[in-house]
Design a protein around this ligand. Structure first.
Ligand code: ADP
Ligand code: MG
Length: 764
């Protein structure tokens, strides 16, 4: 692949009057890129061109002054392109400039002198010369010649027509395939085996063009002509074909319609005579701007046809033709400005290779025949398609005797005939399979023998035994695990039934209907939910597994846990973290919203800048104002806003990232604390349950219930005075008793324990 920007050259047409020469200068310092300076005469600077700059400087790859010969132009501009076309790349050379600036002279040449012949005939001559020299490849050359006038394509080489007007010529239309490749329907391709044939086609086309032109349509100034050399090459015997196209383009005059305002005022409006040049400019602008995804190629036929030449698979060169006379200053400046934009366009030329299936088949057929011939020479016999019956029989006999031969050195000799070798293998395979089937059908009776006979079988048996052992072990482990799990479940069941039997009656709720304490369990689950809602699904399920026993808790235990949790030293940390987490979530949410706003604002600003830019360019075109020389304040403002917004976006994004890390960290901390709390509660509860069991069924003074071990010193101190406070005990009679002394005593014990807890924590 060759990556290259479009190469731009300038050519200045000789002027008639010598005194006009002072309006431009060429700076050709060898170290620097050559530049062309156009100097505005004072009278023009004061009025005609409405900004006051006195000179304009434009850079070109090379600048060819008035005395440049056609030969020099060809050598420096066209020859390198022709060379890359010969190498298999697409190439385009187009001339751009106002009418009379020398486009046709440069591309096709002058009509008078041989030495005046232009790029097309010289390139044809060069290409055919090279093709003749290169005998390593087979080349095919075709020519097409297309004229585009008023968005219509005409085939200038149609042999069936004697054109008297452009409309008589066959109309060419553009077709686009799903891969966005352009195909020109009705454009004839003519093979040219020699330079002469190709030149004849050029002249036929030029003549058709001339005949078809009338003073009315001014085709030569208002139409584009694309002369294309299609070159195919392939190495002898290869099925890979290379295709390359060279477009030599003579564009319509780039001059603009000038409307003079009332009283011979300044130019108020100037537009391209040619709409398709306007579209060409649009394409060039789009291509020269970074990040433009849509390029309006389809707007005109010319840009569709030259699609590959502009920002595509092509090596493209532009020649800006300039007629640097005083009256043409503005046109010359716009030609140069256009060239500067064109120079920004990057192309990527690739080799266009394809495999010709027909050629491939022919090649393979040839190869097969050659191999067959070679084989016949080696074996000394001509092969037929298949072996005869007799040959097959003969072979099978050979195989049988080979197999029966007890001599270990015996050989099966069938010669170098691959068909015979293959048959031998097939026959042997068949024999082997037959034997296998036979063995299987007689297997059971032979089993015993095999086991003791073959050492290999012994090894296999050992292996299987090992595997069996391993599986046994695995099963044992799994059974053990299952047992443990079952035991755990049973323990839990037992524990809860102990709880229940101690603290409640039967399997029903520990709180009989109407128990005023019942509803208190609700805030517990609600707060748990609130706590868990902040955790990720993964984490919450993990946590759930760890704290799953809570679900199996009796309501009494749940309530005790609630109180335990509240008075636990860690609960302060959990609560704090919960608050911070809530804040961070809110902050993250707000940040996310702001980030989205900033993002859409950036999008809007970018859009505004593009629109503004397009407006400015349009203004430049219509008023001949050099766009880059006028810093647009609004655009500047929009750009600085854009920068500011981008900065804001970045800052917020960084903050959000930091927040995410913080949130995740906090969540992990909380999960850990919750698991710890649960564990400690379980330990405490178990202890309490045992001690209750010991003291049951008598309702004993409550002071044997140990305070929560996790209670901080401060909390403990705080709860101390409260515990000394005389708290009216809930009358036992207010609890509806069951009448079952065991259960009732359980209930009483529970109430006592509960009261104790509440008293210590100042809950009541
Ligand atoms: P365009 O195609 O841009 O309208 P032409 O190529 O027809 O311009 O040139 C206009 C006239 O100027 C023609 O008569 C042409 O022979 C002459 N001319 C253009 N360039 C040169 C040049 N470099 N040397 C001599 N004559 C030229
Ligand atoms: Mg011309």
């Amino acid at each position: 692949m060759v990556k290259q920007t479009i190469q731009i050259f300038a050519r200045v047409k000789p002027t008639v009057r010598k005194q006009q020469q002072g309006i431009y200068s060429i700076d050709e310092d060898e170290k620097l890129t050559p530049s062309l300076e156009i100097i505005l005469p004072r009278d023009l600077a004061d009025g005609f061109v409405n900004n006051k700059r006195e000179s304009y400087r434009f850079k070109f790859q090379r600048i060819f002054d008035q005395d440049a010969k056609q030969e020099t132009i060809f050598e420096n501009i066209a020859k390198p392109v022709a060379e890359s076309v010969l190498a298999g790349y697409n190439g385009t050379i187009f001339a751009y400039g106002q009418t009379g600036s020398g486009k046709t002279f440069t591309i096709t040449g002058g009509a008078e002198r041989y030495s005046d012949r232009g790029i097309i005939p010289r390139t044809l001559s060069y290409i055919f010369e090279q093709l003749q020299k290169d005998s390593s490849k087979i080349y095919t050359t075709h020519i097409s010649y297309l004229e585009i006038y008023n968005e219509c394509g005409y085939d200038l080489l149609d042999p069936r027509h004697e054109a008297s007007s452009l409309e008589d010529l066959p109309k060419v239309t553009v077709l686009e395939d799903p891969d966005q490749n352009i195909h020109l329907k009705n454009l004839s391709l003519h093979q040219a085996a020699t330079e002469e044939e190709a030149l004849n086609l050029l002249f036929l086309g030029d003549t058709n063009r001339m005949i078809a032109e009338t003073p009315m349509n001014q085709a030569s100034t208002r139409s584009h002509c694309i002369f294309t050399i299609h070159l195919s090459s392939k190495e002898p015997g290869s099925a890979t074909v290379r295709h390359a196209k060279l477009h030599l383009v003579d564009l319509a005059g780039s001059e603009r319609v000038a409307k003079t305002g009332v009283g011979g005022q300044l130019l108020t409006e100037a537009k391209y005579i040619n709409l398709s040049l306007h579209y060409l400019e649009q394409v060039i602008i789009a291509l020269s701007e970074k990040h433009r995804s849509h390029i309006p190629y389809r707007n005109s036929m010319m840009t569709s046809v030259l699609r590959d030449s502009l920002g595509g698979n092509c090596m493209t060169t532009m020649i800006a033709t300039l007629s640097l006379e005083k009256r043409n200053i503005d046109e010359s400046i716009s030609t140069c400005r256009f060239a500067q934009r064109v120079a920004l366009i990057k192309n990527e030329a690739v080799l266009n290779e394809e495999i010709d299936p027909k050629l491939m088949i022919i090649r393979l057929q040839k190869e097969i025949q050659e191999l067959k011939d070679e084989l016949a020479i080696v074996t000394g016999e001509q092969r037929t398609e298949a072996l005869t019956e007799a040959e097959l029989l003969q072979l099978e006999k050979l195989i049988t005797s080979f197999l029966e031969d007890q001599d270990p050195e015996s050989k099966l000799e069938v010669g170098t005939d691959m068909r015979k070798i293959h048959h031998c293998f097939h026959y042997l395979k068949k024999l082997l399979n037959d034997k296998k089937i036979h063995r299987q059908s007689t297997a059971p009776s032979e089993n015993k023998d095999q086991n003791c006979q073959e050492p290999l079988k012994e090894e296999e048996y050992k292996k299987l035994r090992d595997i069996l052992q391993q599986r046994d072990n695995e099963i044992n482990i799994l059974v053990n695990m299952l047992k443990k799990e079952k035991k755990k479940a049973q323990d839990a069941l037992h524990l809860s039934s102990v709880d229940r039997s101690q603290l409640s009656h039967g399997q029903s709720s520990p709180f009989p209907p109407g128990n005023p304490d019942g509803p208190k369990t609700l805030p517990f689950s609600a707060s748990t939910q609130a706590l868990d809602s902040s955790t990720s699904p993964y984490r919450s399920s993990l946590l759930h597994r760890k704290t799953g026993m809570r679900e199996e808790m009796s309501l009494g235990r749940q309530e005790a846990f609630e109180i335990f949790k509240r008075d636990h030293a860690d609960s302060v940390t959990i609560e704090d973290n919960k608050q911070i987490l809530k804040q961070r979530f809110a902050e993250a949410k707000a940040l996310g919203e702001s980030i989205n706003e900033a993002r859409s604002k950036i999008g809007r600003l970018k859009e505004e800048i593009t629109q503004r830019h397009v407006q400015q360019v349009a203004l430049g075109i219509s008023e001949n104002i050099p766009v880059p020389s006028m810093p647009d304040q609004l655009e500047e403002k929009l750009r600085s806003q854009l920068e500011e917004e981008k900065r804001r976006y970045k800052t917020m994004f960084a903050r959000l990232k930091a927040l995410k890390v913080e949130i995740e960290h906090l969540q992990l901390l909380m999960d850990k604390a919750k698991v710890k709390l649960q564990k400690e509660f379980e330990a405490w509860w178990a202890k309490e349950a045992t001690s209750l069991q010991v003291n049951s069924p008598a309702v004993t003074p409550s002071n044997h219930v140990k305070p929560f071990p996790q209670m901080s010193e401060a909390q403990h101190e705080r709860s101390q005075p409260l515990s000394n406070k005389s708290i009216p005990e809930r009358p036992v009679s207010s609890v509806p008793l069951t009448g079952d002394s065991q259960t009732d005593s359980d209930i009483l014990a529970f109430i006592k324990a509960r009261h104790n807890i509440l008293q210590r924590t100042g809950f009541q």
